[in-house]
Design a protein around this ligand. Structure first.
Ligand SMILES: CC(C)(COP(=O)(O)OP(=O)(O)OC[C@H]1O[C@@H](n2cnc3c(N)ncnc32)[C@H](O)[C@@H]1OP(=O)(O)O)[C@@H](O)C(=O)NCCC(=O)NCCS
Length: 172
């Protein structure tokens, strides 16, 4: 089976925050950021699979830091793990200081995409091999996150979520 690396799917979207995209506090509207992350994740999933891809779930979003009007926002997406037909995409969101140009982390999120054929049926995707320490960490944790997402969606019984259970058992 074909093997791909996280770097193969790396997608970077950089854009400004315009007045029409802000909330009453003049910070980026959450739904706008979700849409930007969905677009970046979708491109990353497509680069990994070379297939039509659809968003299956948004597993985690942390709006840790408000993003002010006029900010330059960079959304960086990479596939962190592929399963049979699904892919986990990790998104890191950065803003850059106007004067120093220094980047700081604003938010992060994790999306799951599924590769499908022309009729919307799931199809297999290439295997992913992590390379760096961070890619390995995210790869290892992805199975737990998949199981949690499936349990919450009512698609897996908690007793079958072995990786997830191990996390709690090892913490005793
Ligand atoms: C996503 C979708 C293709 C999954 O179809 P399905 O009939 O549940 O298919 P399966 O049960 O075979 O699941 C396919 C894969 O998705 C994964 N999956 C499904 N729901 C999931 C969830 N909530 N969280 C994580 N993974 C999920 C399954 O684990 C499976 O992964 P694997 O093959 O890598 O093991 C289908 O639900 C769909 O088309 N949804 C609409 C997608 C869409 O329109 N998104 C845009 C929203 S506006």
């Amino acid at each position: 089976m074909e093997v791909k690396y996280p770097e193969d799917s790396k997608t970077i979207l950089t854009d400004l925050v315009l007045p029409s995209e802000t909330n009453p506090l003049n910070n980026l509207f959450g739904g706008e950021l979700l849409a930007r992350m969905d677009r970046a994740a979708s491109i990353a999933a497509r680069r990994h699979s070379r297939r039509i891809v659809v968003t299956a779930s948004v597993n985690h979003v942390a709006f840790n830091k408000a993003i002010p009007l006029g900010s330059v926002v960079t959304v960086e997406a990479k596939v962190t793990r592929s399963f049979k037909t699904s892919m986990e995409i990790f998104l890191d969101v950065w803003i850059e200081d106007r004067e120093s140009g220094r980047r700081s982390k604003a938010n992060e999120a994790i999306y799951t995409f599924v590769a499908v054929d022309d009729t919307g049926n799931p199809v297999p995707v290439p295997r992913l091999e992590p390379q760096t320490e961070l890619e390995n960490e995210r790869y290892d944790a992805a199975l737990r996150r998949k199981q949690l997402s499936l349990v919450l969606a009512g698609k897996m019984k908690p007793k079958d979520a072995t990786e997830l259970k191990a996390l709690f058992e090892n913490d005793k």
